[in-house]
Design a protein around this ligand. Structure first.
Ligand SMILES: Cc1cc2nc3c(=O)[nH]c(=O)nc-3n(C[C@H](O)[C@H](O)[C@H](O)COP(=O)(O)OP(=O)(O)OC[C@H]3O[C@@H](n4cnc5c(N)ncnc54)[C@H](O)[C@@H]3O)c2cc1C
Length: 377
């Protein structure tokens, strides 16, 4: 397959124009074209009244080798890379000991899924409840201010990811295409297909609940096991080797392979690790607050007369200010058409975050405004 990049089309183009652009980019006629799929669709809105769509397209052609040769000097025409996920191992037939995963947030879900796909039948433990029960507790907090410290926006099936905004893009360089596996698995679990090709994929909070359930079902089908209400309170370490763990109810599980996927919020677990002599170090992070403002104002500033076009969706932004004292203040995790939510998991603390539905059609946008803090602070 051949990948062509930087294909530009107007917002109101049609299918025929897209095919025409493919033929023109490769300088071929229709008889050489087998089929094509859009790999990525973004847009250039620098000129708000003349917004251009930018496509990356994978094309099957009859004469691939010759075409690649012909376009050797053209940066926009390349062989499509192999993006398939490569498993690193396969479990032996007589698996003696099952690995344990602590935490069933996004990290634990994918550790569990990949282990299950390789045949390792993982045991996955989470301190919180399964997602439907957890949803009741989370809404209980938002509506009645009753906090359950083991079942909330952070803790329970799906971790902080379940009630997240579900923005899926990252600036991390993904040379091995791991992100592709994540997106494919999400689509298998019911995410909208468009997350595979839009430049800033987004799922929205309410779709995530059902997806998390489907991912749990897949892990179980592959021989994995997921235990809720199972908080890990102690680890067994002998001569520097992990040998097992103890749950809050006193139950002990033996395993020499334990993956900790406990997220950012489990302060009690971090303290336990520190006391056990596990190396823990302070790292830089950012702190700040959330602002809310009219989404329509953002749409108008960025998209002008094209505001409201469904291909563009609700506009987002990213702002940064470099202060004279050397610090930078920046906007982070902007949620177009979303809401600010209370997201604490501890009594007497305030944590705010932002979420939105897939449609992103709430009146307001919100954004975190944060400043970097390093260990010397
Ligand atoms: C409202 C909101 C919106 C967000 N929006 C986005 C977004 O749009 N895009 C984005 O990329 N990120 C977003 N995030 C952040 C994202 O959700 C987190 O970065 C992500 O969930 C971290 O994944 P994790 O698996 O490492 O940890 P977590 O999701 O925190 O999961 C950890 C899990 O471990 C369990 N656990 C903790 N301690 C123990 C223990 N001792 N024993 C057993 N289980 C334990 C917890 O119950 C939890 O389920 C958002 C977060 C929130 C709250």
């Amino acid at each position: 397959m051949i990948r062509i990049t930087n294909v530009k089309l107007p917002l109101d183009h049609n299918e025929a124009q897209l095919e025409e652009a493919v033929l023109s980019a490769l300088e071929i006629n229709q008889k050489h074209l087998i089929d094509f799929t859009v790999f990525r669709r973004g847009f250039d809105a620098r000129s708000k009244n003349k917004i251009t769509l930018l496509f990356t397209i994978d094309v099957n052609v009859a004469n691939q080798e010759a075409l690649l040769e012909k376009h050797l000097d053209n940066q926009n025409v390349r062989l499509t890379p192999d993006m398939s996920y490569k498993y690193v191992a396969q479990a032996p037939e007589n698996l003696a000991e099952r690995p344990v995963v602590v935490g069933f947030g996004p990290c634990g879900i994918f550790v569990g899924l990949v282990l299950a796909e390789m045949g390792y039948k993982p045991i996955i433990l989470d301190r919180g409840k399964e997602v439907r029960e957890r949803t009741k507790d989370t809404f209980g907090f938002w509506r009645n201010r009753t906090l359950n410290t083991e079942s909330n926006v952070q803790f329970g099936e799906g971790g902080a990811g379940t009630f997240s905004d579900g923005k899926l893009w990252t600036q991390v360089n993904d040379k091995k295409h791991y992100g592709r596996k994540v997106l494919n698995d999400f689509v298998d679990a019911g995410a909208p297909e468009e997350i595979l090709y839009v430049s800033k994929p987004h799922i929205g909070t309410f779709k995530l609940v059902g997806m998390v359930e489907k991912m749990r079902a897949k892990i179980i089908e592959l021989g994995g096991e997921i235990r809720f209400n199972s908080r890990v309170d102690d680890l067994h370490i002998e001569d520097g080797q992990i040998t097992g763990l103890t749950l809050a109810d006193g139950q002990r599980i033996k395993s020499k392979h334990i993956a900790l996927a406990t997220g950012h919020s489990a302060r009690d677990t971090f303290e336990m690790l520190y006391k056990k002599g596990v190396h823990v170090e302070a790292k830089s992070f950012s702190i700040g607050f959330r602002i809310e403002h009219n989404q329509s104002a953002i749409d108008e500033v960025l998209f002008g007369k094209n505001a409201g076009n469904p291909i563009l969706g609700a506009a987002d932004y990213k702002l940064v200010h470099h202060c004279k004292n050397g610090r930078s203040v920046y906007s982070f995790c902007m949620c177009p058409g979303g809401t600010v939510v209370a997201a604490t998991s501890e009594e007497n603390r305030v944590v705010t975050n932002g979420m939105s539905q897939y449609s992103r059609n709430e009146r307001n946008a919100n954004s975190a405004i944060v400043v970097g803090i390093d260990p010397s602070d």
